[in-house]
Write a protein that binds this ligand. Structure first.
Ligand code: GCO
Ligand code: MG
Length: 402
């Protein structure tokens, strides 16, 4: 089998997506996702200008060799743009390989380790009360795990808080907006939020919270300690993780489980975190972490250290990545949980797919390959629109982590 063409489809059905379609001489094609929120066209240019022509004529079944060719062969390694581009190719190739064998992708990754993939969704509120209500709504929809976020009093909006009546979506069209942040006020609010949720929702529902890289290690340690009575499933991204040993300090003070890694691109970003058991869940995404080939290895390395997966699954990862994560999640032994932030109806229409949600679990479906298509005619009606993630400043104007 030979690759005969590779082309990009860049579209914006409610938000931007960069999709790669690879075709073969046997009529089988595969899809890959290369979406990097707020920097989409950088990945598209990387693929278009430097990668796609190199794929023509290669055997698409050689996923390992082509991965190494793109990683080692470029000389310049890692980084979100490079690794998202590699992931787009890698996932499209796995899609082709599974379709050629007429089997769902999970069968090539180890088969089923479970019947479904436990997922968590997002509860948001402008106030503590609204967030509590939102948790209950999602429990009624069947979710067994819910992430809760609310505004901090005096700081309008904020991470995870929807603007208006639409579901929360971090990217905004136009230039970046700026919001205010105060770690002190945040630290005084979050324990109250989880006290109220736990009291009203009972002991069984899994509760999660995303700190979104905003605290220092000692502040995160305080938060983790103060949340212990509400036994969270995890506290996510308590602080930026470039300094991996910062997590040792958090760990020393709290038994609240820790998840991190949605911005990682390589196992090397998490090497110390994992081998020292400073984290419990690794969140690296198929799209930003170099595809199925890389993520399978990351998951296996993590398993040696009791670290489980909790793959990022926000709306800026396309349905192609969601399907890839579900196939991988069904197959690996050390799945922890999968994030499920449902896409808009329009996004789902552009990317018809076979994955389903039922009673707290998702399943990738039984279609050969990934089980995701793209409606190119519909996609063409929604051209790319520049969009950015917001910027955050402290109350004195200092730029801080959003
Ligand atoms: C999450 C994430 C997202 C990110 C977004 C950035 O846990 O789902 O933190 O909300 O902010 O994916 O592009
Ligand atoms: Mg997050």
């Amino acid at each position: 089998m030979k690759i005969t063409s590779a082309r990009l489809i860049v579209c914006s059905p409610d938000r931007n997506f960069v999709t790669l379609r690879i075709d073969t001489d046997e009529g089988i094609y595969g899809l890959g996702d290369g979406t990097l929120n707020g920097r989409e066209l950088a990945v598209a240019a990387y693929l278009q200008d430097h990668v796609l022509d190199c794929l023509i004529g290669r055997d698409p079944r050689n996923t390992e060799d082509i991965w190494q060719y793109l990683y080692r062969g470029a000389y310049w390694r890692r980084g979100p743009v490079t690794m998202s581009a590699i992931a787009a190719v890698d996932v499209a190739l796995w899609d082709i390989k599974a379709k050629a064998l007429n089997t769902p992708l999970y069968n090539l990754l180890g088969g089923k380790s479970r019947e479904g993939v436990l997922v968590y969704t997002h509860a948001n509120g402008a106030t503590v009360e609204q967030a509590v209500e939102s948790v209950h709504q999602h429990m009624e929809e069947g979710y067994l795990a819910v992430r809760a976020q609310c505004s901090v009093p005096g700081l309008a909006g904020g991470y995870g808080v929807p603007k208006g009546s639409k579901p929360y979506e971090p990217a905004e069209r136009g230039l970046p907006s700026e919001g205010l942040w105060s770690s002190e006020r945040y630290l005084n609010t979050v324990p109250e939020l989880f006290e109220k949720i736990r009291l009203s929702a009972g002991a069984d529902v899994h509760l999660l919270h995303d700190v979104h890289h905003r605290l220092t290690p000692i502040e995160a340690a305080r938060l983790g300690k103060s949340l212990e009575p509400y036994h969270l499933f995890w506290m996510e991204d308590p602080c930026p993780a470039e300094l991996q040993e910062g997590f040792e300090l958090i760990r020393r003070h709290t038994v609240t489980p820790i998840a991190t890694g949605e911005v990682f691109n390589s196992v090397w970003d998490a090497h110390d975190l994992i081998r020292n058991q400073w984290i419990d869940y690794i969140r690296t995404t198929v799209v930003h972490g170099g595809g199925i080939t890389a993520l399978r290895k990351l998951a296996d390395f993590s398993a040696l250290y009791h670290v489980r997966t909790g793959f990022h699954g926000a709306t800026d990862l396309s349905p192609v990545t969601m399907a890839a994560a579900l196939h991988l999640g069904l197959a690996i032994h050390n799945l922890g949980i999968q994030e499920h932030m449902p896409h808009s109806a329009l996004t789902d229409e552009v990317f018809p797919h076979h994955y389903t949600f039922q009673a707290g679990y998702m399943h990738p479906g039984e279609a050969p390959g990934l089980g995701v298509e793209i409606d190119e005619a519909l996609a063409a009606q929604y051209p790319y629109q520049r969009a950015y993630l917001p910027i955050a400043r402290k109350l004195d104007g200092t730029l801080t982590d959003w």
